[in-house]
Design a protein around this ligand. Structure first.
Ligand SMILES: O=C(O)C(=O)C[C@]1(C(=O)O)C=C[C@@H](O)C=C1
Length: 659
């Protein structure tokens, strides 16, 4: 082999090529703005997926001739096109709203320079070629006040995260503000371990971080038990602490971009549990904006439907009748009015479009309260994919099947395309799915037999069909006790569900249970999922508080693939950025799961919802076609037995009345 040229020389050549690439990308960006100018005149939509497909298949072919892998070319160009679409959108939106075209925006955001909110705001300004004057705030209320009072032009509020779900506090703030939503932006949240220059991973002893990144990186941190964790109020504060400490044994969790502002280096990257970890922010301003018809638009509404059974479904049918897609549904309690809630809806439509105007008129007639929070350009650019024939890939290569798996549900056993009729799971008195609803009570061990028997009797009388027993590892002489508990339940025709919370519970549960339930903390454990897939008894899989709907469906796929078709999914709430420490009930996930899958879906509101509000939520769950509820008895226990019984009654009558 001939001697290669010196490394420096090769690197210089790469640097010069990279410079050329950047100059070409900037030139391409300029040209895409010319396209936007033409589209403004012709009033044509920004997105032209036929053109994108032509362009991608030509580039794949040319790339292959030069030895470049098709997937590499496609992913590069998907990013380039996303950038082109978002720039064109920002340009046309600015033209339609000339008052927004300023030299500088003053932006109120959470935390300080370097926080994820700061990065989202700078990205927003960069895209609009506007200088950013930043106003760091301590709370969401402070952000809203800064905009309302005119101290800031725009406020940035994080609304949801792909791993931790919706941010309830922001929804609560939106109920009371006169501000309008004028935009949205999504950023990749790439958590890194940031340390002072020259620090080594082996030296790190203390890690500063906000609780959210800590929970989003729990897997990485559990492998680094030597780290002492110090909680901070924001990622910016964590970075500042490390920067000021001037010590090589401390690090912070934050973004590489944010860390650079504090002269910190990323010594480890990709710390998050989830591969895709993104946060979506909404942009609020004093004045609403108009979205030109060529841009994909989103409307956010809040509404209260009243307590009539079926009221929410009726409202949603108004949207369905006009072919309006609802991309998000959230519910929040209305302060001061127990049992009632406010619904937040994102609809993929322009406020000025005819179907949206007609739907609003009808909703105004049928709801008690309805307000449009804003209409703004949708910033989600769904990547254009090529079919296998366009890719010219053999159908069985591993990469092509990976693409097929993410783009189509056809072959997936959980999906409606695979099985069109709804699955019904029957076990004793418990009958769930395909129009049948179930009520399960959840009991925590340790408990003594007499007390257990008494409770079983009362639960049967109240209308439950099954009891889920958790805390197996807490009960002394567990085998003997479970045997007795099971007999006690059988006496009242109650189904015995045993909850697996630790790997060691598996044998016990599979040996004794009528139905086995996998607790959300073990949802990612493939070995257990495989074992549950080979059981002959029904299985309930609870969604992990950090899991996406896709993750839950992937777990379902593993079980179904092993043969067990008696599967029920359970939504018990997801972790969000709220400070209450409670998970948030993800009713949008219920709607999504019902749309995607034939499997029955149970909802357990006990962890997320105050006990008094449970009847209202149970009604909502039924209206959204949930197949049953699980109620944790310790969550609804009141001082007096009579109050607890009354609450249970209310919960179950909400469940059955809406039937
Ligand atoms: O050709 C267009 O119509 C463009 O807007 C440019 C472009 C691109 O960047 O290549 C961007 C968006 C369209 O969906 C297709 C292509």
């Amino acid at each position: 082999m001939s001697k290669p040229q010196p490394l420096n020389h090769t690197r210089e050549q790469i640097t010069s090529l990279d410079n050329e690439l950047l100059a070409l990308l900037a030139k391409r960006r300029e040209l895409s703005l010319d396209v936007a100018r033409s589209k403004e005149v012709d009033v044509r939509p920004i997105r032209d997926t036929i053109r994108e497909k032509e362009l991608l298949s030509r580039l794949v072919k040319q790339g292959r001739e030069q030895g470049l892998d098709a997937h590499y070319v496609i992913s590069l160009y998907q990013s380039i096109i996303e950038d082109s679409v978002l720039n064109q959108q920002a340009y046309l939106h600015g033209r339609a709203n000339p008052e927004t075209q300023q030299q500088q925006y003053c932006i109120a955001y959470l935390g300080a320079r370097g926080s994820y909110s700061y990065l989202a705001a700078s990205r927003y300004c960069n895209r609009r070629q506007v200088e950013m004057q930043d106003l760091g705030c301590q709370s969401f209320d402070e952000i809203v006040q800064a905009v309302e009072s005119g101290h800031a032009d725009y406020g940035f509020l994080p609304i949801e995260n792909t791993s931790s779900g919706s941010i309830n506090e922001v929804y609560d703030v939106l109920q009371h503000t006169s501000l309008a939503i004028v935009g949205e932006t999504t950023i990749e949240v790439g958590h890194c371990l940031l340390a002072n220059s020259g620090s080594n991973i082996a030296d790190i002893k203390t890690v500063y971080a906000h609780p959210q990144p800590i929970s989003q990186c729990s897997r990485y941190l559990s492998q680094r038990s030597e780290f002492k964790l110090e909680y901070c109020s924001s990622s910016a504060e964590a970075m500042e602490k490390v920067c000021n400490a001037n010590d090589s044994s401390v690090a912070a969790i934050g973004s590489a971009e944010g860390g650079a502002l504090y002269q910190l280096e990323a010594i480890e990257t990709d710390l998050a549990n989830q591969k895709v970890n993104q946060s979506r922010f909404i942009v609020v301003a004093r004045k609403a904006v108009e979205v030109p018809s060529q841009l994909p638009a989103k409307c956010t509404l809040i509404m209260a439907t009243g307590q009539k059974p079926g009221a929410l479904v009726e409202a949603l049918l108004v949207l369905k009748a006009r072919n309006l897609n609802m991309s998000k549904l959230e519910s929040r309690p209305i302060p001061g009015t127990p049992w009632e809630e406010m619904f937040y809806l994102d609809i993929d439509a322009n406020l000025s479009s005819e179907p949206m105007q007609a739907a609003l008129k009808e909703l105004e007639r049928t709801t008690r309260f309805i307000k449009v929070l804003g209409c703004y350009p949708c910033e989600t650019v769904k990547p254009t994919q090529l079919s296998n024939s366009q890719l010219m890939i053999e159908p069985n290569t591993s990469k092509s099947t990976a693409v097929a798996a993410t783009t189509s549900n056809k072959q997936q056993r959980f999906s409606k395309q695979y099985k069109s009729e709804a699955t019904q799971v029957v076990c004793g008195q418990l009958d769930l799915g395909n129009g049948n609803i179930g009520a399960l009570a959840q009991m925590q061990l340790p408990i003594d037999l007499l007390q257990f028997e008494q409770m079983a009797k009362e639960l049967k009388e109240a209308g439950f069909q099954a009891v889920a027993i958790q805390g197996l590892s807490q009960q002394s002489d567990v085998i003997n006790s479970i045997d007795k508990f099971k007999h006690a339940l059988a006496q009242f025709n109650l189904v015995c569900v045993l909850v697996i919370e630790h790997e060691t519970d598996l044998t016990m549960a599979t040996q004794f249970a009528d139905v086995v339930m996998l607790s959300g903390n073990l949802m990612y454990n493939q070995a257990i999922l495989i074992q549950l897939g080979s059981l002959l008894v029904p299985v309930i899989v609870e969604r992990n508080t950090m899991a996406s709907v896709d993750d839950l469906l992937n777990a379902a796929e593993i079980i179904l693939g092993q043969g067990n078709q008696q599967l029920i999914l359970c939504e018990s709430g997801v972790t969000t950025l709220n400070n209450s420490g409670k998970p948030s009930l993800d009713l949008a996930a219920l709607v999504e799961l019902k749309a995607l899958s034939h499997l029955p879906i149970l909802v357990n509101p006990s962890y997320a919802i105050e006990s008094e509000q449970m009847p209202t939520f149970v009604r909502a769950i039924r209206q959204l076609k949930g197949d049953g509820v699980m109620v944790n008895l310790s969550a609804i226990e009141h001082a007096s037995k009579a109050d607890t019984a009354e609450l249970i009654n209310k919960i179950l009558s909400s469940l059955y009345q809406s039937h």
